[in-house]
Design a protein around this ligand. Structure first.
Ligand code: FES
Length: 171
């Protein structure tokens, strides 16, 4: 057999190569959007620094913790929803504002301010008698092992805006 004959591609081989190439190209074209859709939430950067109005004027915030509600848009993988959140806000003696996430750091129940006559001027969790002082610090020998989380906040046009709840170190 001559050298030329050896290097020639048969019609069958040519068709095989061509169909494999075209088939592979088409399969990649179909699969790419599917893969992209499947992992899209993972590729999205986490929304950072978003603040929403707590619908309360700074001048209406007193030194007594008061409950405010606000709504955030939550994206959980492919599911988007609007969630209502609450916060306890008050002014400290130095005039600075603090906003606590009322989610108990024990097992996630919602605490209340001044709701138990046995513990006036405390945040109280009814689920397992959890207790926090006014500055949100858990009282030793009660179930919670960490202080209440604190919402990031900013003031715009005299209105309080709240951001992410930041957990605090154990007391
Ligand atoms: S959930 Fe609050 S004390 Fe247990």
């Amino acid at each position: 057999m001559s050298e030329d004959k050896k290097n020639q591609v048969s019609r069958r081989q040519f068709l095989n190569y061509t169909l494999t190439g075209v088939g592979g190209f088409m399969a990649a074209g179909m699969l790419a959007p599917m893969v992209r859709f499947a992992i899209d939430p993972v590729l999205q950067p986490e929304a950072e620094g978003e603040f929403v109005s707590a619908d309360i004027a700074v001048e209406d915030i007193t030194t007594e913790p008061q409950k405010v509600t606000f709504k955030i848009d939550q994206v959980d993988a492919w599911y988007e929803s609007t969630v209502e959140k609450t916060a306890f806000v008050y002014k400290k003696e130095d005039g600075s504002i603090v906003a606590f996430d009322p989610t108990c750091t024990h097992l996630g129940c919602i605490v209340g301010w001044n709701t138990n006559d046995d513990y006036p001027q405390h945040f109280y969790c009814p689920c397992h008698d959890g207790l926090y002082t006014k500055d949100g610090v858990n009282v030793p020998n009660t179930p919670p092992t960490a202080p209440l989380s604190v919402y990031e906040h900013k003031i715009q046009n005299g209105i309080l805006y709240l951001g992410k709840a930041i957990p605090r170190e154990e007391a």
